[in-house]
Ligand binder design. Structure first.
Ligand SMILES: [Zn+2]
Length: 76
């Protein structure tokens, strides 16, 4: 059985372990129709286009009529 010749330092061990915590950036490409970023090979969530055609009706927020983000109410 091969054995390591000597113990690695804490610094060496920790720097090795620190390499795996980074997350990959999510792949995204610009939609040719609306120029929004969307995942590649996926119907554009904002305009519903895919491969130069409209394949999905774009979502319109009808149910909720919420205007204003809240928090900035004026008190008389
Ligand atoms: Zn789009």
């Amino acid at each position: 059985m091969p054995n390591p010749k000597r113990k690695h330092t804490r610094s060496r061990r920790d720097s090795r372990r620190a390499q795996n915590w980074k997350l990959d950036t999510v792949a995204s490409s610009a939609c040719p129709n609306c120029k929004n970023l969307r995942p590649p090979h996926v119907v554009c969530p904002s305009c519903g286009w895919y491969n130069g055609k409209l394949v999905l009706a774009p979502k319109t927020k009808k149910g909720k009529a919420t205007e204003g983000e809240g928090g900035t109410e004026k008190k008389p």
